[in-house]
Design a protein around this ligand. Sequence first.
Ligand code: KG4
Ligand code: ZN
Length: 339
Amino acid sequence: MKILGIETSCDETGIAIYDSEQGIIADALYSQIELHEEYGGVVPELASRDHVRKTIPLIKQVMQQANCKKDDIDAIAYTKGPGLIGALFVGVGVGRSLAYAWDIPAIGVHHMEGHLLAPLLEEDKPDYPFVALLVSGGHTLLVDVKALGEYQILGESIDDAAGEAFDKTAKIMGLGYPGGPALSKLAETGRAGTYKLPRPMTDRPGLDFSFSGLKTAVATLYHNSDKDEQSLADIAHAFQEAVVDTIYIKCRRALEQTGHKRLVVAGGVSANVSLREKLSELLESKGGKAYYPRPKFCTDNGAMIAYAGYARYKAVLEGSGQFEEPAIRAKPRWPIEEL
Ligand code: KG4
Ligand code: ZN
């Protein structure tokens, strides 16, 4: 079975084909980062227009790459939400229209479920149940995953998402947009212990996060610093360490609370090397294991949508799921627990 996946929820057009026998057989990604860079953040209207330009050409490219004709595709999966409404409309419209023209099912996928399932594209994949840590530009969630579609939110950010905290802090430090990767690169040359930042909400029980105070703390450090290369690196190091430590503490609690021995880490921030090292150590110390997507499937991509669509389609064929209602909808807000 082959599923074509379409992702257009934010500033990346991602297209891929998942084959149930061979895995991902083709994928392409067009990032709009350059387009939004001069504005210091995603401009929704520009994002939608660019998805209109790129979606069909990328579908053609991926079909060619995989040597597929339309008759080879069994279903189309598209991101239905959450995300920017205009950007979502492009994928929803193209996906549903193509499925209609090709007379095959269309599957509306939850973007965060796509991230959550991305580690299942790897050879060494986790079995259910597991704790999922979803850390992206828009969301920070700790989820108890009992099975496909059985999700219970254990904790979430009450203000900025982890990726958003990286991006806003990077912006304060003049590192461009989106600054997460640049900030973590700079942190590598920073010295441990030069600055100490708080680990927000770790001094009380619970699994929620709050990252917005950290950027204010960094702003103060930054404005009072010499702004030379070494002090910037030291500040970046202190910031990253605070975020990673906070996430580490909450993950440890979530594992204790659920008793699960597997942790799945996904979303853009799961590309962060320091976070990966720390969480892998945690799971090893507990006799469990941490699972991550390969780096290119950490940030938004079409492969995770194709795979989530496949998992959903398979569940329907096996009698344990339902297809979407005939009404065509995009859902900018969509709690994962509604699945
Ligand atoms: O999952 P994603 O592509 O988009 C959303 O669904 O939001 O995540 C993008 C986020 C951005 O905030 C970006 O700065 C962050 O992931 N990010 C990183 C790293 N790579 C990407 N943050 C920290 N360290 C990284 N290496
Ligand atoms: Zn995402």
